[in-house]
Design a protein around this ligand. Sequence first.
Ligand code: MN
Length: 209
Amino acid sequence: MVALAVSLITLSELNYAPEALEPYISAETIHYHHDKHHAAYVNKVNELIKDTRYENMPLEEIIRESDGAIFNNAAQVWNHTFYFDQLSPKPQKEPSGKLLDAINTTFGNVDAMKARMNSAAAALFGSGWVWLAADRDNKLYIISKPKAGTPLTEGLTPLIAIDVWEHAYYIDYRNDRAKSVENLWNVIDWKVVGDRFNSVSDRRSGTKR
Ligand code: MN
């Protein structure tokens, strides 16, 4: 019998050139953040799950079922893929459609939502992530999580991830986390965020995807 192939967790490819997000995020930051930090989480989680019950599990399932080092590295892989995927050098600049309606209902307007997320990013002590997430009724939440934390473990659908680990901004912004988060909005692609939001509604209404 041929042994079953082990499905390794892989490093996601970027949808843009490393320098494409300048001047908001430099090629050097992208190089370290994606090719070094993100890659290290991928390598580490593959090493940790080898010969365990997590070995052939989908990444999201590992995140829901594990804790400790396996959770930390698996969640960091997922979080970083999600983070890099939402960025674009030619983003849709504003939310539209049902997502815009939900933002207006929950926060008043888009600027108020951004301000709330900026404050949450400034207030998060140490390393972590600030998330915009939706529940199955399309209600929106801003969630701060230390370390590798993700709304996936709360049954929520993540829409936007702000990485507030120093490695995400220190090369370009040194200690100025607030400025880095403010500038991140220039490269957030609301088309991607809208598609993520619509996938919640589609699942709820039973639309086949
Ligand atoms: Mn990071």
